[in-house]
Design a protein around this ligand. Sequence first.
Ligand code: SF4
Length: 364
Amino acid sequence: MQTKINYQLMLDRELESIKSSGRVPRLLLHSCCAPCSSYTLEYLSEYFEITVFYYNPNICPAEEFHRRAAEQQRLISLLPVKHPVSLIVADYDPREFYDAVKGLEDIPEGGERCFACYRLRLEKAAALAAEQGYEYFTTTLSISPHKNAQKLNEIASELSGIYKVKALPADLKKRGGYKRSIELSHTYGLYRQDYCGCIFSQREAARRYKIRPLDKTEYPLLDDFLYEAIFIPEGVEVPPRDIILRPELQVYVEDFGTRRGDYALAAEIQGKVVGAVWVRIMEDYGHIDDDTPSFAISLYPEYRGRGIGTALMKAMLMLLRREGYPCASLAVQKANYAVRMYRKVGFETVSENEEEYIMLCRLG
Ligand code: SF4
């Protein structure tokens, strides 16, 4: 059996020798995101002048890449550090990632696909460090409990030999590094993604959601989901948030949980409620009669298109069937892409006006 190397101990020795030399070497730090770099910067900026290298062609979609880059920039501008920290954001070209992992797409997270992804990003960092005369390079990736620190350090050490620049050994999750990164993320209100980065990890994360009853203490979230449920046709300006205070929208959420027929389910990913479906018997646009619950459903935008909405709808229909309701209704704008999904789970159009369908699902 191969013995594991303690890379934190190796880092301790390296930092000790840097400290006793009185020098402040330049370090090129590959970073995957602001949360992972938070503790890393707090820790290593004591010893180095750091340039954060945000090179992540693995991230999908492009909006996610730019969102993480913006958070990286914001963190650097806020975090108190001993020695200067600067940032290089590399161009986004996802083809570099897809070429690097060709043939490995279906391998689960943590396997060979990830090793190829580590190598791609570390190699770019090593090459740039060599070209621009940095003394060291390393990555934030080892802070994650999901990343293989042995493999990361092995790859970095191999690249160090090729590019003739020192690889700073690291296993940043040790000494509470991961926990501290979560604390710092809270302190600075950092965006923390729920998937590693690539489309394959995004799909894996989407499969990990769970559907459960929305707890009473979470009912205030329905205001958020009500706002997200408002259909905004293309080219139409996004309404202000206080639109939900209008009486015709308040019927969906006001005093929720106090009436017969109030039921709500949540979709949760890694402890975060990312979507909700709720029903109540109310005088809304989809009102059929005083015994038929009407549906409302929404997900935060980044969780749409993953099948979570369909699962929420099916779970609520099952709940209503169990509770003995003969049917359920909803109103939907004709241009809303959700119409197809409603049909798929059993709703049919029973009436319509210029803009909307009124749909009914028979539960018997
Ligand atoms: S899961 Fe993460 S490390 Fe693995 S290939 Fe995808 S982005 Fe890279």
